[in-house]
Design a protein around this ligand. Structure first.
Ligand SMILES: O=c1ccn([C@@H]2O[C@H](COP(=O)(O)O)[C@@H](O)[C@H]2O)c(=O)[nH]1
Length: 275
């Protein structure tokens, strides 16, 4: 999917919501455990109930890898279902990969070609040759971790090297990589106060913003400092939507939660004349 297609969907749906499919057998409603593939059945119900309210889905790969071959099969069925029934959805493999060049190229093949995700999250720590193999794929997007939502972000990401914070070094240096037009960045909603500075370095790039809902980040603050004329934001909520009800009505309640966030997003865009 191109960035223009994504912006078109955001304007059409008046939403920049990304729903995280962090599907955990210990948290899904018990009646689904009788199904042959409970993870896929849960995802399918969530997707069918929410697709009109969001523009992206983000399975976190850990939740699938945790169940071995069965989990990988559920991931494969989920992405096939999304690409087949809702091809307008932007798909994110939250895999946080990155390795020496030839290994990164294999990760890129796995997620972009075999599974056919639109994007993947990548850790920038190993530098240029670990990131560029992902950037060489046309109309695929590499979402680099810049300033993450967790407390540990302060261990390294905000530390200064030669007078500049490491996350700023990630933003500035990655702009010089070949294929940099395919870059997006992760910035946690819990770090919204950093967004004004971040926008000075990368005024246009899309940001994947996890951390609203269960982690307590503020959508209002994210928009105040991070929104652009083309919106430039994908705000993710996982647990706050998919586990809003532990009962048989889980998909309906997830729809209500997604609708609340979509309504807030619409207001944020309308108040700035962006839609
Ligand atoms: O900085 C980061 C990067 C990734 N995540 C991931 O996003 C979701 C958030 O889930 P919630 O349930 O909405 O808190 C999850 O998959 C994280 O691994 C992040 O939270 N922060």
């Amino acid at each position: 999917m191109t960035t223009q297609d994504l912006v078109f969907q955001i304007r059409k749906k008046k939403s920049f919501l990304c729903i995280g499919l962090d599907t955990d057998l210990e948290k899904i409603p018990p009646h689904l455990l009788q199904e042959e593939d409970p993870i896929f059945e849960f995802n399918k119900a969530i997707i069918d109930a929410t697709h009109h309210l969001c523009v992206a889905y983000k399975p976190n790969i850990a939740f699938y890898e945790a169940y071995g071959i069965k989990g990988w099969k559920s991931l494969e069925r989920t992405i096939e279902y999304l690409n087949g029934k809702y091809p307008e959805q932007f798909t994110i493999a939250d895999a946080k990969r990155g390795d020496i060049g030839n290994t990164s190229a294999r990760y890129a093949k796995a997620f972009f070609q075999d599974l056919n995700f639109d994007s993947i999250t990548v850790a920038p720590y190993m530098g240029k040759d670990s990131v560029e193999p992902f950037l060489s794929f046309k109309d695929k997007h590499t979402i680099l971790l810049a300033l993450t939502s967790n407390l540990g972000a302060f261990d390294f990401q905000t530390k200064k090297i030669e007078g500049r914070e490491l996350y700023k070094e990630v933003l500035n240096t990655s702009k010089t990589y070949q294929g940099a037009q395919n870059l997006m960045y992760v910035v946690g909603a819990t770090k919204a106060e950093y967004l004004a500075e971040i926008r000075r370095i990368i005024p246009e790039n899309f940001l994947l913003v996890p951390g609203v809902g269960a982690q307590g980040g503020s959508l209002e603050a994210v928009c105040k400092y991070g929104i652009t004329s083309d919106i430039g934001l994908l705000v993710n909520s996982s647990r706050g939507i998919i586990y809003a009800s532990p009962a048989i009505d889980f998909a309906e309640v997830a729809q209500d939660r997604a609708s609340d966030l979509q309504g807030q997003m619409q207001k944020e865009m309308e108040s700035r004349d962006l839609i």
